[in-house]
Design a protein around this ligand. Sequence first.
Ligand SMILES: Cc1cc2nc3c(=O)[nH]c(=O)nc-3n(C[C@H](O)[C@H](O)[C@H](O)COP(=O)(O)OP(=O)(O)OC[C@H]3O[C@@H](n4cnc5c(N)ncnc54)[C@H](O)[C@@H]3O)c2cc1C
Length: 371
Amino acid sequence: MVNEFKGFSGIQMIDEGAAEAASVVKQTAFPAIAPVAEPLLQPTDPSTVEPGDGGGAVNKVVIVGSGPAGLTAAIYAARANLEPLVIAGAVPGGQLMLTSDVENYPGFPDGIQGPELMDLFRQQAARFGTRFVDKDIERVDFSQRPFRLWAGGVGYGAEAVIIATGASAIWLGLDSETRLRGRGVSACATCDGFFFRDKHVAVVGGGDSALEEATFLTKFASRVTMIHRRDEFRGSKIMRDRALKDPKVDVRWNSEVAEVLGDDVVSGLALRDTQTGEIHEEPMDGLFIAIGHTPNTDVFRDWLEVDPKGYLVVHDQTGTKVEGVFVAGDVHDHRYRQAITAAGDGCRAAIDAERWLESVGLTEAATSTAW
Ligand SMILES: Cc1cc2nc3c(=O)[nH]c(=O)nc-3n(C[C@H](O)[C@H](O)[C@H](O)COP(=O)(O)OP(=O)(O)OC[C@H]3O[C@@H](n4cnc5c(N)ncnc54)[C@H](O)[C@@H]3O)c2cc1C
């Protein structure tokens, strides 16, 4: 489960391939998008604008995020000649970059490494002319069209925006946990439970998600030990009852993980008693962290609705309260949280964006073969 990924391959990075990216723009069959009345986009430092990277210009579609949702949206938008610009994030590729074996993504009967899968997504998007900027968006202005987004001090204009910034799993923050991620440490039981058949695993957390993950893991594991800092769970009664009545589930109350043990794979946990501070070690084959996710929505909150947990609220399938701004993937979906559902969402958002651009006269109708 060693992560051998060395970076994206065969992909035209915008900073390295500006000339070619510009030629992609020229080849478009569509008329240029409506000129902006005044130069709306003033990069804070004009010298940082890379020619051809979409900075300082108005793009038909800007996609924010380069996980399965963003890159699928890019594939669909690029094939519809929308010349998408993907602002991929400072750490591109999304959550699957943090895992090793992905065995539930259709089309890969032998499984595939998460980073390799994301590399293939990106190559496929690049093949149809998608341009990439590997930076984080730090500010947006959705008050009028063209919308404006800033990354690394450069302004980008967009007639339509697809937000696919995902939700980051919250980790404990231990060095040993980071070192053993994908080697027994996971944040997704649906994704990785299968690897722990007849093993003893631990689940950290005390809310509904942790209880659900623990119950799910009993399908595979021989024993599931829940580790909770307090002496009762926060989760709902029905979820508590379901987990606690399961003979495979036991609980270490008033306990937290002090260290994850193991050289190459998880072999145990050092647990600290939250009341006495005492530490003891227990053998364990796996550790699932279920202490929540942080939706990456901070930069959009002034403009778009978020639910009480901070996830974007979607209207009419993939839309938002701002016409022309669409949403895809885990940034709004905290129910399924899978690569395939995020990818499906990216497809829907791209189709909706294309139809909307067409409805407001900014593109021609996509041919049926575009999809
Ligand atoms: C350990 C682990 C293992 C998993 N294993 C599997 C599995 O085996 N199978 C499966 O189907 N699913 C798995 N998942 C779940 C899966 O990874 C997610 O459901 C999926 O990645 C969500 O896709 P997304 O595109 O919505 O978001 P993400 O993949 O989270 O991508 C979000 C993107 O947005 C970018 N971004 C965030 N903020 C900004 C910003 N301000 N500006 C620009 N870009 C930004 C990020 O850099 C990233 O590129 C796993 C998750 C984890 C944590």
